[in-house]
Design a protein around this ligand. Structure first.
Ligand SMILES: Nc1ncnc2c1ncn2[C@@H]1O[C@H](COP(=O)(O)OP(=O)(O)OP(=O)(O)O)[C@@H](O)[C@H]1O
Length: 613
């Protein structure tokens, strides 16, 4: 199940024009992205404002240092008595030292606040993505969201808001300082600062905006490529599609490189304009000061101070440029989190430990459940009703794509029904706390993951703290015990990445043993004997069912119809609908999919067994 949805920007398929990258946040949502970030930053606002003030103090100390040093040099040229220079000499030292101290504390405060906040944001993004296991996100894209998009939030605060507000504050202070010397000079400085701090950033945003909007999704697509090319390398090679996939990824990488070159070129042009503005503003300030008969030393102070102040204001250009580049990532994070922020908190009673385990009958009920993965698509489940009281054992069978795994996914809460109700002990499944549901409903789901760890560690994931006897019983029921005993390292045998050092059948048995060890009251077994030969499959299914405690209910999903005779009910799904239901003995005699398939499988397996020595 969980067929991978369409990739956002194509996968390693045949060479094709790289598709347009998708930004899945509506443009209208972008205006609110910053607001969402500020809302997330609210608990850290005090420290962020502190960091902003320290950043302003740093810049102001730098500016004052330049101005004082200029005054000192120019005054010293006139060889005045030393005591007239003492204050300035001390001020230069004090400003030089305090600038470093301010910078250090600003970095400390800002990074501390932002890193704390980012940990929180990343956890929320992770939780949101994890909760949407079936949504249209691929692992590379998810990685990009978790890493670079979340970093966009960090950069917005550290590289845009903190330095931006510091630059604006210092600009105001510089104009006020200049006004104490000469009002016309202050006017010229204000004009220059407005050009450097407002017009140039706006220009930078306008010229880089379009290209920057394409960069973030392209990076996401490249991350997806990297995951696909690495994980799918063996399959690509087997189908001779490696070159095509590499070419497609290279095309995308080329496009990204072109965009980044273009962004860099426009960035340099705007930077050059900034230098020009600084020079012209200094010239304007000097002319205005001379016209106002300002003494020569102070004209020098104004000129150097202007250069320093414009340089501080030019920080707004890089802040604006950063902001443009961050916006797509910010919009994606905001779209993701905004969609989930309004989720009503669960009722306190639901969160109590043992809410599920604590004495419920574990009666599961599907009432007219419909699941539609995409609007307009055919339903994967179509008004399915099912009763699974404690102790009942049901098999769900049907052709490929019938909706069997979707049913299991609904049961475990991984997929929400589009309509209809799923209740456990009369309460909606969605009302149960995320950490509680797996204690009641779980088991072996489709494509169970085997971790790069030892056999024992993989098993203990099912039930931490299980005893040696329990490990042995579950492993024996899954038919893996002999193999474990035959390994030199026994339970401590490493199974390799994704269980790569096991055969397909051993991997499946290990996953089944883990599910049996977990033994939830409602056990879901999605194709537990996949990859096993018919004889082994029958034996493993029988022992797995026998190992399940009597009061526990079982929902077995299977392609194979053998071994189902002892079950309480068999539900045949086709096209998402229940087309037949009953016990094995009834279904094999009634015309329909079940009987046809039973006869076909029996004949095929007889043939297989006849060929087996
Ligand atoms: N994550 C998903 N996104 C979109 N469509 C999906 C998703 N998972 C399943 N589907 C679709 O829902 C339908 C039912 O799929 P499901 O995996 O439940 O069938 P199944 O009976 O388990 O098939 P199989 O026996 O081949 O595993 C199929 O048409 C499938 O393409």
């Amino acid at each position: 199940m969980n067929a991978a949805p369409e990739p956002p920007a194509g996968g390693p398929g045949p060479p094709a024009e790289p598709p347009e990258p998708v930004v899945d946040a509506a443009p209208a949502g972008r205006a609110t992205a910053e607001r969402t970030v500020l809302r997330l930053a609210r608990p850290y606002l005090g420290r962020l404002v502190g960091a902003g003030l320290l950043a302003a103090a740093t810049e102001f100390a730098g500016l004052a240092l330049m101005a004082t040093a200029t005054w000192l040099l120019m005054s010293a040229a006139g060889q005045p008595p030393l005591d007239r220079l003492t204050v300035a000499i001390v001020a230069v030292r004090a400003l030089a030292i305090s600038r470093g101290v301010f910078r250090y504390t600003e970095r400390l405060a800002g990074h501390d606040a932002v890193l704390c906040m980012i940990t929180d944001v990343r956890a929320r993004v992770f939780a949101t993505l994890a909760a949407r296991r079936t949504a249209a996100h691929r692992s590379g894209d998810v990685l990009s969201r978790l890493v670079s998009d979340v970093e966009a939030v960090q950069d917005l605060l550290l590289r845009v808001l903190v330095p931006g507000s510091a630059a604006a504050l210092v600009g105001v202070l510089a104009v006020a300082g200049a006004a104490l010397i000469s009002l016309p000079a202050a006017g010229a400085l204000a004009a220059g600062l407005l050009i450097a701090g407002v017009a140039l950033p706006a220009l930078a945003t306008a010229v880089t905006g379009r290209n920057a909007a394409e960069v973030a999704p392209l990076r996401g697509a490249l991350a997806t490529d990297a995951v696909d090319l690495t994980h799918g390398a063996a399959d690509l090679a087997a189908f001779g599609a490696t070159d095509a996939a590499l070419r497609a990824a290279e095309q995308r990488a080329g496009r990204l490189a072109r965009l980044e070159r273009r962004l860099a070129a426009t960035g340099f042009a705007v930077d050059a304009a900034g230098v020009l503005v600084a020079g012209l503003t200094a010239a304007g300030v000097v002319l205005a000061a001379l016209a106002a008969d300002v003494p020569g030393v102070l004209v020098g102070v104004l000129a150097v101070g202007t250069l320093a102040a414009v340089e501080v204001a030019l920080a707004l250009v890089s802040a604006a440029r950063q902001w443009t580049q961050l916006r797509p990532g910010l919009a994606r994070v905001a779209a993701l989190l905004d969609a989930d922020l309004p989720t009503p908190p669960r009722a306190a009673a639901d969160l109590t430990v043992g809410a599920v385990d604590g004495g419920g009958a574990h009666e599961l009920r599907f009432a007219e459940v419909t699941v539609r993965y995409r609007a307009g698509a055919a339903p994967a489940l179509d008004r399915v009703s099912l009763d699974l009281p404690a102790g009942r054992r049901i098999a769900v069978v049907g052709p490929s794509g019938a909706g069997k795994s979707t049913l299991a996914a609904v049961l475990t809460g991984a997929v929400q029904p589009t309509s209809g109700r799923v209740t456990l002990d009369g309460r909606d499944l969605s009302a149960y706390a995320e950490e509680e549901l797996p204690r009641a409903v779980g088991g072996l789901l489709a494509e169970a993951y085997v971790f790069h760890a030892t056999v024992r560690e993989n098993l203990l994931l099912g039930r931490a703290g299980a005893s040696e006897e329990e490990l042995i019983a579950a492993t024996a029921a899954a038919g893996l015990l002999e193999w474990v005993h035959a390994q030199p390292a026994g339970w401590d045998t490493l199974v390799g990445e994704e269980g790569g050092q096991l055969s397909g059948g051993q991997r499946q048995r290990l996953a089944l043993a883990r599910a049996l060890l977990a033994a939830p009251p409602v056990l879901v077994l999605d194709e537990p004997t996949e990859g096993l030969d018919p004889t082994a499959a029958d034996a493993v299914l029988a022992s797995a069912l026998a190992a399940t405690p009597a009061g526990h209910s079982v929902l077995l999903i299977s392609h194979r119809l053998s071994g189902l005779a002892g079950l309480d009910e068999i539900v045949v799904l086709d096209g998402g609908r229940v087309v037949q239901r009953g016990r094995h003995a009834e279904l094999v005699t009634a015309p329909g999919w079940y009987r046809d398939q039973w006869l076909l499988q029996a004949a095929a397996e007889r043939g297989y067994l006849a060929l087996t020595p």
